[in-house]
Design a protein around this ligand. Structure first.
Ligand SMILES: NC(=O)c1ccc[n+]([C@@H]2O[C@H](COP(=O)([O-])OP(=O)(O)OC[C@H]3O[C@@H](n4cnc5c(N)ncnc54)[C@H](OP(=O)(O)O)[C@@H]3O)[C@@H](O)[C@H]2O)c1
Length: 276
């Protein structure tokens, strides 16, 4: 039972990662990111998910430094962007990320997308960063089962996490089962369907039943599936709202009702068919 904002999953290399984090995709660089991250830290979040692509790593780093919270008390994730994949280029990209964050390590470094012909070399670079102590854990994002199998065949360090699109309309049950069997922690991006899932009648009805908001139902549903979740908002009141998910539990029957919304419906891009 996950019942506190600082509760953590234990990754396959024994590193602890908070179940709830704060995502900053599409949060503008500058004050918008800095203020949002500050609001999240004030609300008690201790995990921030950024990426080179988001162009706001510097603001994330600044907010964490400004908060006065010790660096080691915050779990920081960033990702290598597609254009930088390959061995040497990934090492250079990581160095840039670290400089922007003004940190000497990150907690989790992910391959953002499985770029064909590149991701195995990229993984080797992540292994080097891990061995050299610059990252506490390494993982994947948007990897389907066959992509993960490719990594498992060549890896010396196993991936700890796969961060994928996950919400009631896209549960990715097969992928989730595969991750569990291989001790890879699944992490949900777009947990609120970027707003779309909040108005689904089943979710609205569930919110009324539990005296919570639709966003809180969706975030709690992730946690009860033991999926790490990283909702984004730029509004302090919503940032707080999204963190108040530790004082109730969705019944198994209602979990199943939400599960039934699955339509294998992707709002984002298909990892087997992308051109960026
Ligand atoms: N690895 C990847 O490829 C990948 C892809 C996408 C996302 N991600 C990560 O996952 C994080 C979350 O996904 P996401 O940002 O795409 O979408 P999301 O968290 O599902 O949804 C964010 C949207 O929901 C709104 N919202 C947030 N809380 C709300 C609430 N309580 N009530 C009503 N509306 C609310 C936000 O609006 P306001 O901001 O206006 O409040 C925003 O428009 C990202 O920030 C990023 O860190 C990773």
């Amino acid at each position: 039972m996950i019942n506190h904002i600082t509760d953590c999953t234990v990754l396959n290399n024994h590193v602890q990662m908070p179940w709830l984090g704060f995502g900053v995709y599409l949060v503008k660089e500058g004050a918008e990111t800095e203020d949002s991250v500050m609001a999240a830290l004030e609300a008690g979040y201790r995990s921030i998910d950024t990426a080179a692509l988001y162009k706001n790593e510097a603001d994330v780093g600044r907010a964490i430094a400004r908060s006065g919270i010790p660096r080691q008390a915050v779990f920081v994730t960033t990702k290598v962007w597609n254009a930088d994949q390959g061995y040497e280029t990934t090492l250079r990209a990581f160095d840039q990320s670290l400089k922007k964050l003004k940190m000497d390590y990150v907690d989790l470094y992910l391959i953002h997308w499985p770029v064909k012909g590149k991701y195995l070399e990229t993984w080797k670079a992540l292994e080097k960063l891990y061995r050299d102590g610059f990252v506490r854990a390494i993982g994947l994002s948007n990897f389907l089962i066959h992509h993960i199998q490719d990594i498992l065949e060549i890896c010396e360090v196993r991936p700890t996490v796969d961060q994928v699109e996950f919400h009631p309309e896209l549960r990715q049950e097969g992928l989730h089962r595969f991750c569990i069997e291989n001790q890879i922690q699944m992490e949900a991006w777009m947990p609120l369907g970027r707003g779309r899932t909040l108005t689904k009648p089943t979710i609205v009805a569930m919110a009324e039943k539990y005296g919570k908001t639709p966003a809180q139902i969706l975030i709690r549903w992730d946690l009860q599936h033991e999926v790490v979740t990283i909702p984004k908002s730029i509004h302090p009141s919503r940032i707080v709202e999204n963190s108040q998910v530790f004082d109730f539990e969705i019944s198994p029957e209602d979990m199943a009702r939400i599960d039934d919304l699955d339509e294998n419906l992707r709002f984002g891009t298909d990892p087997d068919n992308f051109h960026f």
